[in-house]
Design a protein around this ligand. Structure first.
Ligand SMILES: O=C(CO)COP(=O)(O)O
Length: 222
């Protein structure tokens, strides 16, 4: 079995910036070391380099633009993300949607640079479409549950199961993550039992008073 991945998206939460980002990364490193579970973080772009240099955990970008080096202004250059020490990147997060053509180009850019690609989707049909692009991961996150405090594992396990089946039917090599409202070891266990390789989550860790305690709970049933 593939080792599960717990990927914490710090988004642009104030609680995930600066010294708080360090606090969360240090907690993730401690819990990953104790448990053997891979815990990654996706901080804001300016934190990718400090995080990747200070901590042994994998660091992901929250987005890349499908551009080549050259005359572009204000874009996220995949080469720069790679040079900053990122292991991979989210693509098409619900809060940063792209066209299908852009998603394809981002996956290609990630492959060219040996960055892991995590394509976010909103239902099983888009999960199947994303799998056809051969990313490393498809992450199914029902938008209405994102940040709601209601876990996809409990509120809508069917969407996880259907996405796992849809992705397997199109491309068995692409792994599936799920997210939205994930907050406990039980949520993670349900997701993994339904065939995912882990979870993508944000608020329950980023906004916690004690992120280390939440992370320890998240990995407790794996
Ligand atoms: O969008 C998400 C992770 O990318 C999920 O966010 P929450 O864990 O806050 O629901």
């Amino acid at each position: 079995m593939v080792s599960p991945l717990i990927l914490v998206n710090l988004k642009t939460y104030q609680e995930g910036m600066g010294s708080n980002a360090h606090r969360i990364a240090a907690a993730a490193e401690t819990v990953a070391r104790e448990s053997g579970v891979v815990i990654g973080i996706a901080p804001v772009f300016t934190e990718i380099h400090p995080m990747s240099h200070h901590y042994a955990i994998p660091v992901y970008a929250q987005h890349i633009d499908a551009i080549a080096p050259g005359a572009h202004t204000g874009h996220i250059l995949p080469e720069a993300v790679r040079a900053a020490g990122a292991r991979g990147t989210l693509i098409n997060h619900s809060e940063h949607r792209l066209t299908l053509a852009d998603i394809d180009a981002c996956v290609r850019a990630a492959q060219r640079l040996h960055l892991e690609s995590v394509v976010c989707t909103n239902n099983d049909a888009t999960s199947a479409a994303a799998a056809a692009l051969h990313p490393d991961y498809v992450a199914i996150e029902p938008p209405e549950l994102i940040g709601s405090g209601v876990s996809v594992s409990k509120a809508d396990p069917g969407i996880i199961e259907r996405s796992v089946n849809a992705v397997r039917a199109v491309n068995p090599e692409t792994k599936v993550l799920t997210g939205a409202g994930i907050q406990s070891g039980e949520c993670v266990k349900i997701a993994v039992d339904l065939g995912t390789c882990g979870v993508l989550l944000a608020s329950s860790v980023v906004k916690a008073d004690d992120p280390e305690a939440v992370l320890r709970d998240l990995v407790s049933l794996l």
